[in-house]
Design a protein around this ligand. Structure first.
Ligand code: ADP
Length: 400
């Protein structure tokens, strides 16, 4: 038994799972929320199948949060393990690894310092990830820990894909370049897509469409990422739930002047009030609401969905160009896995690639499936993502 505790630490939340690495069985999962505010803990012993337990202990900081998680895991009644000795290693999701990490790393002081140095690039995420790491070190000092970076899988991008066409000094001085995010998901889904087809990833050109509330696309050529749609930050690329994705950068100053607001405020609008939420005139960032709105004749909901699908299709076209062809297009994350209408809309642009979409097979939610005809030249797939399992796999691989 090699039980891996997977931790995904945000600024006020902490998601966790325990996965047995050899069988890949999910044993327990849960979530600490409202850390530093009041506190809420959801815990589920998946192995025993006893359902979710919700409590509201005070969680003043992440260290207390981690301790509560460990108490829940070892609870005599509801715990999934008897003692902490049964946790072999801890895998931490870390958002930004900059140029320092192209693979997961066993956590030591040098790695912690490098994560700290990347905090400038992800000021909301990296400090929270580090708090989680420090909290685990305090409570379980002898358990090996691994950092798995959202950016690492994209480090194989060539310079022509990651450099912005701005003065080079900004790259040299401040490391301004494209990094990409959701890397753990793009890595996992491209592997699983190849496995689904009974092929090796090294033999395929794969486009992964991670379409969730945050959305990004990647081009994975013969097992390596050659391009991805997010950039220095997760604001670039596709239109998302609330993020604008690509815009003319001149818009920022223009809105700031017209509305008499700061650049910072405009960026907050681009992060939180844009994307399909903005396009639908504030109706919703959730594709279920937009689908309902469209069905009821709401034109702005229809425009949001049309515009989203159109942009995804344009990225697919550019990545087919980047790889000189494509064998597999894989859809994943909340929208990609669960929204047949959006998938159908995207795939309606792809006939020129000889992708023979199958509308009946497309009527699937939340499970791996081929949604193109079996003899289609380009295979269109739904592949559920599982970032926690990927973190557990990588942690296990590095520690054992
Ligand atoms: P993130 O991890 O980026 O927060 P998810 O990958 O969980 O996001 O995706 C969440 C989004 O998935 C929701 O905002 C919603 O738009 C979409 N979604 C989830 N279920 C469905 C569904 N059944 N039909 C359409 N969209 C769905």
């Amino acid at each position: 038994m090699f039980n891996i505790l997977v931790i995904n630490c945000g600024s006020s939340s902490l998601k966790f799972q325990v996965i047995e690495a050899e069988s890949e069985e999910l044993l327990a999962k849960g979530l600490c929320e409202r850390i530093g505010i009041d506190g809420a803990l959801t815990y589920e012993n998946v192995k025993a199948g006893t359902g979710k337990k919700n409590t509201t202990p005070a969680i003043p900081n992440h260290k207390v949060g981690i301790q509560l998680v460990l108490d829940a895991l070892t609870d005599p009644e509801n715990g999934v393990i008897k003692s902490l000795d049964e946790i072999s290693a801890i895998g931490h999701r870390v958002v930004h690894g900059g140029e320092s990490f192209s693979a997961p790393a066993v956590i030591d002081e040098r790695v912690i310092k490098a994560i700290e140095e990347c905090a400038d690039l992800a000021p909301l995420h990296n400090p929270a990830n580090l708090v989680g790491i420090r909290a685990c070190q305090a409570v379980m000092p002898n358990t090996p820990m691994v950092a798995v970076f959202d950016t690492a899988f994209h480090q194989t991008m060539p310079a022509k894909a990651y450099m912005y066409a701005i003065p080079r000094e900004y790259y040299e001085k401040y490391k301004i370049r494209r990094y990409g995010f959701h890397g753990t998901s793009h890595d996992y889904v491209s592997q699983e897509a190849a496995a689904f087809l009974g092929k090796k990833r090294e033999d395929l050109k794969i486009i992964v469409c991670h379409l969730g509330n945050g959305a990004s696309i990647s081009a994975v050529r013969y097992g390596k990422c050659v391009d991805t749609s997010m950039g220095l930050t997760p604001l670039e690329g596709l239109a998302m739930g609330t993020r604008s994705g690509d815009i003319d950068p001149a818009i920022i100053e223009y809105i700031a002047n017209k509305e008499d607001i700061t650049v910072h405020k405009v960026l907050t609008i681009l992060q939180k009030e844009s994307g399909v939420l903005g396009l639908s005139d504030g109706l919703s960032s959730d594709f279920r609401d937009l689908g309902k709105g469209k069905a009821e004749g709401d034109e702005s909901a229809a425009l949001a969905l049309d515009s989203f699908a159109y942009r995804v299709a344009k990225y697919i076209g550019s990545y087919a160009a980047a790889m000189d062809g494509v064998d597999v297009i894989a859809f994943t994350a909340g929208v990609g896995e669960n929204d047949p209408d959006t998938r159908a809309q995207i795939c309606s642009y792809l006939d020129y690639l000889d992708a023979d979409f199958d509308p009946i097979a497309n009527n699937v939610r939340g499970k791996a499936a081929m949604i193109s005809k079996a003899d289609s030249k380009v295979k269109e797939l739904v592949i559920p993502t599982n970032e926690e399992l990927m973190i557990a796999r990588q942690t296990f691989k590095l520690v054992y």
